[in-house]
Design a protein around this ligand. Structure first.
Ligand code: CA
Length: 399
C-alpha cells in the first residue's frame, strides 16, 4: 500500500493500539502511515490461527502469547500490507487515523516508576536537598530506584488532567488546596507481555522474552504535594492522581536499530544487574507546552536500562503479570534544553522560562496542553515514530 513520504508509522514500525471507529466496539489496530488497520477483522476474515488474540478490547491476549507468537503476528501483518494478493482483504479494514478514537491499549496490571537518569536524579537532588553535598543518594549507582504507583490512574493520551488537591509544606501548619507546582515528567514506558511466577526472577538476558513493547509516558507530578509527603516512604499522592501513556505500543522488534550501549557504569553493578547485551535505546524525545518545544531529551543517556530495571523489579521474587507497566524515570540531559520536567527547567521554580507566545512558566497553569513525542532510528535511515502522549490541565474540582 502507498504510505505518506517520511511517515513515522512505516512498515518497519507497525505499532499496536486499540481504536473504535465512531461508536463501534473497541478493536485491535495497527498504525500504518496515516491509517489504522483493524487487524482483528483481517485475521478473522483470513482465518488466521492467532485471530482470537486480536479480538479486543485490549492487547493483553496478544501480550500474553509470547515472543514466538509476537513475531508470527507481526510478520503476517506485514505480509498483508505488502502482498498484492492481500490488498482486497485489507482495504475494507483501513480507517483514516484522524477519524478514529484511540483507547487505553492495555489492561494495566501493576505500575512501577523508576528514577534512572543520572542528570535528572542529580538535578532533582540539588533542588530538593540543597543542603546535602551528594546530589545522588548513596544507593543510586547500585540499584535502579523506583516506587510502586497507581495503575488505575494510568490513562490514555488525551484524557484531561484535573489539577490535584492536597497538602503542602507550610510555615506552622500545612497548606492545603490545588497544587501550585503541577509538573510533567518526560518518560518512556515498557509493558510486560509474559509474566513471571512469584518466587522466580527475570534475568537481564531474558528481557526480550518478557517485555512486549515500548511507549511514551507522562508521570504528572505535583511537586508541592510530593515534597511534603515523600520522606520517608517515597512518592504517594503527588504522583498517583494521573499517569498518561501514548496509545501506540511499539514492539521491541521494531527497535532493533535503536539499540545502543548504555553509559559506562562506575562502580560496576552487582552480577544480577550486569548488561548481557545492549538495551540502551536511542530515542529522541521532545516535550512541548501549548505547541512550543521546551526540551529535547535523549533516552540514550539513561544510566539503567529497561532490562536492568525488570531484573531489579523481580530480584526479590516478586511476580509480574501480563499488562504490568513500568516507567523509565524522567529523561533529562546535561544542558537546559534537554531537561525533561519543569522542576528542572525552572530550577525548582526559581528560574521562570519563556515560551515563544510571550508567556513564562515555572509550573503548569490551568489550560496548558502538554505533549511528548519521540522517534528512533529504524532500518535504512527511516525513523520509527511513537506518536504522542498529550494531556490538558483542567482546574481542580474543589479548592
Ligand atoms: Ca517519574
Amino acid at each position: 500500500m502507498e504510505l505518506p513520504a517520511g511517515t513515522a508509522f512505516g512498515l518497519d514500525n507497525l505499532p499496536y493500539g486499540v481504536f473504535s471507529p465512531g461508536d463501534g466496539p473497541r478493536r485491535v489496530g495497527v498504525a500504518v502511515g496515516d491509517r489504522v488497520l483493524d487487524v482483528g477483522a483481517v485475521a478473522s476474515a483470513a482465518a488466521a490461527p492467532f485471530a482470537s488474540l486480536l479480538s479486543g478490547p485490549v492487547l493483553n491476549p496478544l501480550l500474553a502469547a509470547g515472543r514466538a507468537r509476537w513475531a508470527q503476528v507481526r510478520a503476517t501483518i506485514r505480509d498483508w500490507l505488502t502482498e498484492a494478493s492481500s490488498a482486497d482483504r485489507v482495504r475494507p479494514h483501513l480507517y483514516p487515523l484522524a477519524d478514529v478514537t484511540l483507547h487505553l491499549p492495555i489492561e494495566v496490571g501493576d505500575y512501577v516508576d523508576f528514577y534512572s537518569n543520572e542528570f535528572h536524579a542529580t538535578n532533582a537532588g540539588h533542588i530538593f536537598r540543597p543542603d546535602v553535598a551528594d546530589a545522588l543518594p548513596p544507593n543510586w549507582k547500585h540499584l535502579p530506584i523506583g516506587y510502586h504507583g497507581r495503575s488505575s490512574s494510568v490513562v490514555v493520551s488525551g484524557t484531561p488532567i484535573v489539577r490535584p488537591v492536597g497538602q503542602r509544606r507550610g510555615k506552622e501548619t500545612p497548606g492545603f488546596g490545588p497544587s501550585k507546582r503541577l509538573d510533567v515528567e518526560t518518560e518512556v514506558g515498557f509493558v510486560v507481555g509474559v509474566g513471571s511466577e512469584m518466587g522466580t526472577r527475570i534475568g537481564v538476558a531474558d528481557f526480550a522474552d518478557h517485555v512486549f513493547g515500548v511507549f511514551l509516558l507522562n508521570d504528572w507530578s505535583a511537586r508541592d504535594i510530593q515534597a511534603w509527603e515523600t520522606a520517608p516512604l517515597g512518592p504517594f499522592l503527588g504522583k498517583s492522581f494521573a499517569t498518561s501513556i501514548s496509545p501506540w505500543i511499539v514492539p521491541l522488534d521494531a527497535l532493533q536499530d535503536a539499540r545502543v550501549a548504555p553509559p559506562a557504569r562506575d562502580p560496576e553493578p552487582l552480577p544480577y544487574l550486569r548488561d548481557v547485551d545492549h538495551w540502551g535505546l536511542d530515542l529522541d524525545l521532545e516535550l512541548s507546552i501549548n505547541g512550543h518545544t521546551v526540551s529535547r531529551p535523549h533516552f540514550s543517556t539513561m544510566y539503567w536500562t529497561p532490562a536492568q530495571q525488570l531484573a531489579h523489579m523481580t530480584v526479590n521474587g516478586a511476580p509480574t503479570r501480563t499488562g504490568d507497566v513500568y516507567g523509565s524515570g524522567t529523561v533529562s540531559g546535561p544542558v537546559k534544553g534537554e531537561r525533561g520536567c519543569l522542576l528542572e527547567l525552572s530550577w525548582g521554580g526559581t528560574e521562570p522560562f519563556a515560551l515563544p507566545d510571550g508567556g513564562t512558566r515555572t509550573f503548569l497553569e490551568d489550560g496548558d496542553e502538554v505533549a511528548i513525542t519521540a522517534t528512533a532510528p529504524g532500518p535504512g535511515g527511516a525513523r520509527i515514530g511513537f506518536g504522542e502522549v498529550y494531556g490538558k490541565v483542567v482546574p481542580s474540582i474543589v479548592d
